[in-house]
Design a binder for this molecule. Structure first.
Ligand code: PEP
Ligand code: MN
Length: 346
Protein backbone atom coordinates (compact mmCIF):
# COMPACT_ATOMS: atom_id res chain seq x y z
CA UNK A 1 0.00 0.00 0.00
CA UNK A 2 1.19 3.48 -0.88
CA UNK A 3 -0.20 6.59 0.81
CA UNK A 4 0.10 9.61 -1.47
CA UNK A 5 0.08 12.90 0.44
CA UNK A 6 -1.48 16.05 -0.99
CA UNK A 7 0.67 19.01 -2.07
CA UNK A 8 -0.46 20.90 1.05
CA UNK A 9 0.38 18.11 3.51
CA UNK A 10 2.62 19.22 6.38
CA UNK A 11 5.46 17.30 8.01
CA UNK A 12 3.10 16.67 10.94
CA UNK A 13 0.59 15.06 8.56
CA UNK A 14 3.34 12.78 7.21
CA UNK A 15 4.45 11.92 10.76
CA UNK A 16 0.88 11.02 11.73
CA UNK A 17 0.55 8.69 8.74
CA UNK A 18 3.84 7.02 9.73
CA UNK A 19 2.69 6.60 13.34
CA UNK A 20 -0.61 5.09 12.19
CA UNK A 21 1.18 2.60 9.95
CA UNK A 22 3.44 1.61 12.84
CA UNK A 23 0.41 1.19 15.11
CA UNK A 24 -1.05 -1.16 12.46
CA UNK A 25 2.04 -3.34 12.89
CA UNK A 26 3.83 -2.41 9.65
CA UNK A 27 6.84 -0.28 8.72
CA UNK A 28 6.37 3.13 7.10
CA UNK A 29 8.74 4.17 4.30
CA UNK A 30 8.38 7.93 3.64
CA UNK A 31 9.54 8.99 0.18
CA UNK A 32 9.78 12.72 -0.33
CA UNK A 33 9.27 13.40 -4.06
CA UNK A 34 9.74 16.46 -6.25
CA UNK A 35 5.98 17.13 -6.27
CA UNK A 36 4.71 15.50 -3.08
CA UNK A 37 5.55 12.96 -0.42
CA UNK A 38 4.37 9.38 -0.52
CA UNK A 39 4.53 6.94 2.38
CA UNK A 40 4.92 3.28 1.51
CA UNK A 41 3.81 0.52 3.84
CA UNK A 42 6.19 -2.40 4.03
CA UNK A 43 6.01 -5.68 5.84
CA UNK A 44 2.63 -6.83 4.54
CA UNK A 45 1.98 -9.88 2.43
CA UNK A 46 -1.40 -9.23 0.81
CA UNK A 47 -3.96 -6.43 0.87
CA UNK A 48 -4.03 -4.14 3.91
CA UNK A 49 -7.15 -2.48 5.35
CA UNK A 50 -6.69 1.24 4.57
CA UNK A 51 -9.56 2.58 6.69
CA UNK A 52 -7.28 3.99 9.42
CA UNK A 53 -5.14 6.09 7.07
CA UNK A 54 -7.48 7.16 4.30
CA UNK A 55 -9.18 9.89 6.35
CA UNK A 56 -6.04 11.29 7.98
CA UNK A 57 -5.22 14.94 7.32
CA UNK A 58 -3.06 15.55 4.24
CA UNK A 59 -3.76 12.16 2.63
CA UNK A 60 -4.67 12.57 -1.06
CA UNK A 61 -5.20 8.91 -1.94
CA UNK A 62 -4.18 5.37 -1.16
CA UNK A 63 -2.86 3.07 -3.87
CA UNK A 64 -2.94 -0.67 -3.38
CA UNK A 65 0.10 -2.09 -5.16
CA UNK A 66 -1.27 -5.00 -7.11
CA UNK A 67 2.01 -6.72 -8.00
CA UNK A 68 3.72 -9.20 -5.71
CA UNK A 69 6.75 -6.89 -5.82
CA UNK A 70 6.20 -3.49 -4.25
CA UNK A 71 9.21 -1.27 -3.67
CA UNK A 72 10.66 -2.00 -7.12
CA UNK A 73 7.38 -1.19 -8.90
CA UNK A 74 6.57 1.95 -10.88
CA UNK A 75 3.40 2.29 -8.82
CA UNK A 76 5.58 2.71 -5.74
CA UNK A 77 7.92 5.23 -7.35
CA UNK A 78 6.91 6.84 -10.65
CA UNK A 79 10.29 8.55 -11.32
CA UNK A 80 13.29 6.57 -12.56
CA UNK A 81 15.77 5.58 -9.89
CA UNK A 82 19.28 6.69 -10.72
CA UNK A 83 21.95 4.39 -9.30
CA UNK A 84 25.33 6.10 -8.97
CA UNK A 85 28.14 3.62 -8.42
CA UNK A 86 31.03 6.14 -8.48
CA UNK A 87 31.34 9.87 -9.18
CA UNK A 88 30.05 10.41 -12.73
CA UNK A 89 28.96 6.79 -13.23
CA UNK A 90 25.18 6.82 -12.97
CA UNK A 91 22.64 4.35 -14.38
CA UNK A 92 19.04 5.33 -15.11
CA UNK A 93 19.54 8.89 -16.35
CA UNK A 94 20.12 10.26 -19.82
CA UNK A 95 23.70 9.00 -19.96
CA UNK A 96 24.46 5.37 -20.73
CA UNK A 97 27.57 4.08 -18.95
CA UNK A 98 29.50 1.19 -20.49
CA UNK A 99 31.10 -1.41 -18.21
CA UNK A 100 33.79 -3.41 -20.00
CA UNK A 101 36.58 -5.84 -19.24
CA UNK A 102 37.43 -9.51 -19.25
CA UNK A 103 35.20 -12.30 -18.02
CA UNK A 104 37.81 -13.19 -15.37
CA UNK A 105 40.75 -11.45 -13.80
CA UNK A 106 43.71 -13.64 -14.89
CA UNK A 107 46.98 -11.79 -14.30
CA UNK A 108 48.17 -8.32 -13.33
CA UNK A 109 49.22 -7.60 -16.88
CA UNK A 110 45.95 -8.86 -18.34
CA UNK A 111 43.71 -6.77 -16.08
CA UNK A 112 45.82 -3.62 -16.37
CA UNK A 113 45.99 -3.92 -20.14
CA UNK A 114 42.23 -4.50 -20.27
CA UNK A 115 41.49 -1.55 -17.99
CA UNK A 116 43.69 0.85 -20.00
CA UNK A 117 42.20 -0.32 -23.30
CA UNK A 118 38.55 -0.07 -22.26
CA UNK A 119 39.14 3.30 -20.64
CA UNK A 120 40.78 4.64 -23.81
CA UNK A 121 37.71 3.59 -25.80
CA UNK A 122 35.33 5.31 -23.36
CA UNK A 123 34.23 2.72 -20.81
CA UNK A 124 33.60 4.24 -17.37
CA UNK A 125 33.68 1.01 -15.38
CA UNK A 126 35.80 -2.13 -15.41
CA UNK A 127 34.32 -5.62 -15.11
CA UNK A 128 36.23 -8.80 -14.30
CA UNK A 129 35.39 -11.75 -12.10
CA UNK A 130 37.61 -12.82 -9.20
CA UNK A 131 35.07 -15.40 -7.99
CA UNK A 132 33.78 -17.28 -11.03
CA UNK A 133 30.61 -19.38 -11.14
CA UNK A 134 31.72 -22.00 -13.67
CA UNK A 135 29.49 -24.82 -14.90
CA UNK A 136 32.32 -27.31 -14.38
CA UNK A 137 34.28 -27.60 -11.13
CA UNK A 138 37.37 -28.33 -13.26
CA UNK A 139 37.21 -25.02 -15.15
CA UNK A 140 39.18 -21.95 -14.00
CA UNK A 141 37.48 -20.77 -10.80
CA UNK A 142 38.98 -17.27 -10.62
CA UNK A 143 41.84 -15.83 -8.56
CA UNK A 144 39.67 -15.07 -5.52
CA UNK A 145 41.17 -12.50 -3.11
CA UNK A 146 44.21 -12.02 -5.35
CA UNK A 147 41.84 -11.12 -8.20
CA UNK A 148 40.19 -8.50 -6.01
CA UNK A 149 43.58 -6.98 -5.18
CA UNK A 150 44.36 -6.79 -8.91
CA UNK A 151 41.03 -5.06 -9.58
CA UNK A 152 41.85 -2.55 -6.83
CA UNK A 153 45.19 -1.92 -8.52
CA UNK A 154 43.52 -1.39 -11.91
CA UNK A 155 41.08 1.01 -10.28
CA UNK A 156 43.91 3.03 -8.70
CA UNK A 157 45.75 3.18 -12.03
CA UNK A 158 42.86 4.11 -14.29
CA UNK A 159 40.20 5.62 -12.04
CA UNK A 160 37.61 3.25 -13.52
CA UNK A 161 34.77 2.12 -11.26
CA UNK A 162 34.86 -1.64 -10.57
CA UNK A 163 32.02 -4.14 -10.97
CA UNK A 164 32.74 -7.70 -9.84
CA UNK A 165 30.79 -10.76 -8.81
CA UNK A 166 30.17 -12.18 -5.34
CA UNK A 167 29.01 -15.79 -5.09
CA UNK A 168 28.40 -16.15 -1.37
CA UNK A 169 28.03 -14.15 1.84
CA UNK A 170 31.73 -14.15 2.71
CA UNK A 171 32.64 -13.16 -0.85
CA UNK A 172 30.09 -10.34 -0.78
CA UNK A 173 31.88 -8.70 2.16
CA UNK A 174 35.27 -9.13 0.48
CA UNK A 175 33.98 -7.77 -2.84
CA UNK A 176 32.34 -4.81 -1.06
CA UNK A 177 35.76 -3.72 0.23
CA UNK A 178 37.08 -2.94 -3.24
CA UNK A 179 34.17 -2.86 -5.70
CA UNK A 180 31.91 0.06 -6.54
CA UNK A 181 29.16 -2.34 -7.50
CA UNK A 182 28.60 -5.97 -6.46
CA UNK A 183 27.50 -8.27 -9.28
CA UNK A 184 25.05 -11.06 -8.50
CA UNK A 185 25.33 -13.54 -11.33
CA UNK A 186 22.54 -15.28 -13.21
CA UNK A 187 23.10 -18.51 -11.25
CA UNK A 188 22.64 -16.70 -7.95
CA UNK A 189 19.67 -14.53 -8.86
CA UNK A 190 17.51 -16.60 -6.55
CA UNK A 191 20.06 -17.10 -3.79
CA UNK A 192 17.89 -15.27 -1.30
CA UNK A 193 20.39 -15.35 1.53
CA UNK A 194 22.99 -13.67 -0.72
CA UNK A 195 20.39 -11.12 -1.84
CA UNK A 196 19.65 -10.27 1.79
CA UNK A 197 23.36 -9.94 2.50
CA UNK A 198 23.98 -7.47 -0.33
CA UNK A 199 20.81 -5.68 0.72
CA UNK A 200 22.32 -5.19 4.19
CA UNK A 201 25.75 -4.20 2.86
CA UNK A 202 24.07 -1.30 1.06
CA UNK A 203 26.49 -0.94 -1.86
CA UNK A 204 25.14 -0.76 -5.43
CA UNK A 205 24.22 -4.16 -6.83
CA UNK A 206 24.13 -5.36 -10.45
CA UNK A 207 21.51 -8.11 -10.40
CA UNK A 208 21.63 -10.40 -13.43
CA UNK A 209 18.52 -12.16 -14.65
CA UNK A 210 18.63 -15.91 -14.14
CA UNK A 211 18.88 -17.95 -17.31
CA UNK A 212 15.40 -19.39 -16.80
CA UNK A 213 13.87 -16.59 -14.76
CA UNK A 214 10.78 -14.62 -15.67
CA UNK A 215 10.81 -10.85 -15.46
CA UNK A 216 8.60 -11.18 -12.38
CA UNK A 217 11.19 -13.50 -10.78
CA UNK A 218 13.88 -10.89 -11.50
CA UNK A 219 11.83 -8.09 -9.95
CA UNK A 220 11.03 -10.20 -6.89
CA UNK A 221 14.74 -10.89 -6.41
CA UNK A 222 15.41 -7.15 -6.61
CA UNK A 223 12.63 -6.66 -4.03
CA UNK A 224 14.67 -8.76 -1.56
CA UNK A 225 17.51 -6.24 -1.82
CA UNK A 226 15.27 -3.19 -1.50
CA UNK A 227 13.40 -4.80 1.40
CA UNK A 228 16.72 -4.81 3.33
CA UNK A 229 16.97 -1.05 2.82
CA UNK A 230 19.27 -0.96 -0.21
CA UNK A 231 17.65 0.92 -3.11
CA UNK A 232 20.80 0.91 -5.31
CA UNK A 233 19.91 -1.95 -7.65
CA UNK A 234 20.70 -2.15 -11.37
CA UNK A 235 18.98 -4.98 -13.22
CA UNK A 236 20.70 -6.83 -16.07
CA UNK A 237 19.35 -8.79 -19.03
CA UNK A 238 21.89 -11.46 -19.99
CA UNK A 239 19.99 -13.94 -22.13
CA UNK A 240 17.86 -16.99 -21.47
CA UNK A 241 18.27 -20.69 -22.15
CA UNK A 242 16.37 -21.72 -25.26
CA UNK A 243 15.91 -24.64 -27.63
CA UNK A 244 18.03 -22.95 -30.29
CA UNK A 245 21.71 -23.75 -29.99
CA UNK A 246 22.81 -21.23 -32.65
CA UNK A 247 23.68 -18.80 -29.89
CA UNK A 248 24.63 -19.54 -26.29
CA UNK A 249 21.50 -17.84 -24.97
CA UNK A 250 18.46 -16.08 -26.35
CA UNK A 251 18.98 -12.37 -25.67
CA UNK A 252 15.63 -11.06 -24.46
CA UNK A 253 15.65 -7.42 -25.49
CA UNK A 254 11.92 -7.19 -24.80
CA UNK A 255 12.85 -7.27 -21.11
CA UNK A 256 14.27 -3.75 -21.37
CA UNK A 257 11.09 -1.79 -22.24
CA UNK A 258 8.98 -4.21 -20.17
CA UNK A 259 11.09 -3.61 -17.06
CA UNK A 260 10.87 0.13 -17.71
CA UNK A 261 7.08 -0.14 -17.65
CA UNK A 262 6.95 -2.25 -14.50
CA UNK A 263 9.80 -0.81 -12.45
CA UNK A 264 11.66 2.42 -11.72
CA UNK A 265 15.00 0.58 -11.51
CA UNK A 266 17.58 0.91 -14.29
CA UNK A 267 18.28 -2.08 -16.52
CA UNK A 268 21.52 -2.74 -18.38
CA UNK A 269 22.17 -5.24 -21.16
CA UNK A 270 24.91 -7.87 -21.40
CA UNK A 271 25.22 -8.79 -25.09
CA UNK A 272 28.27 -10.99 -24.34
CA UNK A 273 26.50 -13.61 -22.23
CA UNK A 274 23.27 -12.77 -24.05
CA UNK A 275 24.62 -14.19 -27.29
CA UNK A 276 27.87 -16.02 -26.51
CA UNK A 277 29.30 -15.10 -29.90
CA UNK A 278 31.77 -12.28 -30.51
CA UNK A 279 30.46 -11.63 -34.03
CA UNK A 280 26.99 -10.67 -32.81
CA UNK A 281 27.91 -8.76 -29.65
CA UNK A 282 28.20 -5.36 -31.35
CA UNK A 283 24.93 -5.54 -33.31
CA UNK A 284 23.06 -6.66 -30.19
CA UNK A 285 24.63 -3.91 -28.09
CA UNK A 286 23.35 -1.43 -30.69
CA UNK A 287 19.91 -3.00 -30.42
CA UNK A 288 20.02 -2.83 -26.62
CA UNK A 289 20.79 0.90 -26.65
CA UNK A 290 18.02 1.43 -29.20
CA UNK A 291 15.63 -0.52 -26.93
CA UNK A 292 16.40 1.84 -24.05
CA UNK A 293 19.08 0.04 -22.04
CA UNK A 294 20.47 2.16 -19.20
CA UNK A 295 23.95 0.71 -19.63
CA UNK A 296 25.94 -1.97 -21.41
CA UNK A 297 28.19 -4.56 -19.77
CA UNK A 298 30.49 -6.26 -22.25
CA UNK A 299 33.42 -8.66 -22.17
CA UNK A 300 36.67 -7.33 -23.63
CA UNK A 301 39.98 -9.19 -23.46
CA UNK A 302 43.40 -8.10 -24.78
CA UNK A 303 43.77 -11.56 -26.39
CA UNK A 304 40.35 -13.22 -26.51
CA UNK A 305 41.74 -16.44 -27.97
CA UNK A 306 43.85 -16.91 -24.83
CA UNK A 307 41.13 -16.04 -22.32
CA UNK A 308 40.66 -18.47 -19.43
CA UNK A 309 36.89 -18.01 -19.65
CA UNK A 310 34.38 -16.78 -22.23
CA UNK A 311 36.96 -15.99 -24.93
CA UNK A 312 34.50 -16.82 -27.73
CA UNK A 313 32.23 -13.97 -26.70
CA UNK A 314 34.95 -11.46 -25.80
CA UNK A 315 35.77 -8.54 -28.07
CA UNK A 316 39.35 -7.45 -28.57
CA UNK A 317 40.15 -3.79 -27.78
CA UNK A 318 39.88 -2.71 -31.40
CA UNK A 319 36.47 -4.32 -31.81
CA UNK A 320 35.39 -2.67 -28.57
CA UNK A 321 36.51 0.74 -29.88
CA UNK A 322 34.36 0.17 -32.99
CA UNK A 323 31.44 -0.87 -30.84
CA UNK A 324 31.70 2.32 -28.78
CA UNK A 325 31.77 4.50 -31.89
CA UNK A 326 28.60 2.82 -33.15
CA UNK A 327 26.87 3.05 -29.78
CA UNK A 328 27.46 6.80 -29.60
CA UNK A 329 25.51 7.25 -32.83
CA UNK A 330 22.67 4.95 -31.77
CA UNK A 331 22.43 6.70 -28.39
CA UNK A 332 22.14 10.05 -30.10
CA UNK A 333 19.30 8.72 -32.26
CA UNK A 334 17.29 7.90 -29.12
CA UNK A 335 18.14 11.21 -27.38
CA UNK A 336 20.69 9.77 -25.00
CA UNK A 337 24.49 9.79 -24.73
CA UNK A 338 27.11 7.20 -23.98
CA UNK A 339 28.72 8.34 -20.70
CA UNK A 340 32.33 9.46 -20.52
CA UNK A 341 34.74 11.36 -22.67
CA UNK A 342 37.21 9.80 -25.02
CA UNK A 343 40.55 11.36 -25.87
CA UNK A 344 40.39 12.81 -29.36
CA UNK A 345 36.63 12.39 -29.77
CA UNK A 346 34.48 15.52 -29.74
C1 PEP B 1 29.88 -13.05 -15.96
O1 PEP B 1 29.46 -11.89 -15.91
O2 PEP B 1 31.03 -13.38 -16.32
C2 PEP B 1 28.90 -14.13 -15.68
C3 PEP B 1 29.29 -15.30 -15.16
O3 PEP B 1 27.65 -13.80 -16.01
P1 PEP B 1 26.25 -14.60 -15.82
O4 PEP B 1 26.03 -14.70 -14.36
O5 PEP B 1 25.27 -13.71 -16.53
O6 PEP B 1 26.41 -15.94 -16.49
MN1 MN C 1 31.71 -14.36 -18.55
Amino acid sequence: MLVVMSHQATQEDVDRVCETIRAMGYTPAPMPGAQRTAVGLVGNDGRVDDSLVIELSGVARVIHVSNPYKQVSREWRPENTIVTIAPGVAFGGEEIPVIAGPCSVETEQQILESARAVKAAGAVALRGGAFKPRSSPYSFQGLGRKGLALLALAKRETGLAVVTEAMDDEGAHLVAEIADCIQIGARNMQNYSLLKTVGKIGKPVLLKRGMAATIQDLLLSAEYILAEGNPHVILCERGLRSFDTTSRNLFDLTAIPVVHQLSHLPIVADPSHGTGRRAVVTPMSRAAVAAGADGIIVEVHPQPDRALSDGAQSLNPEQFGDMMRQLRRVAEAVDRQIAGVVAGVA
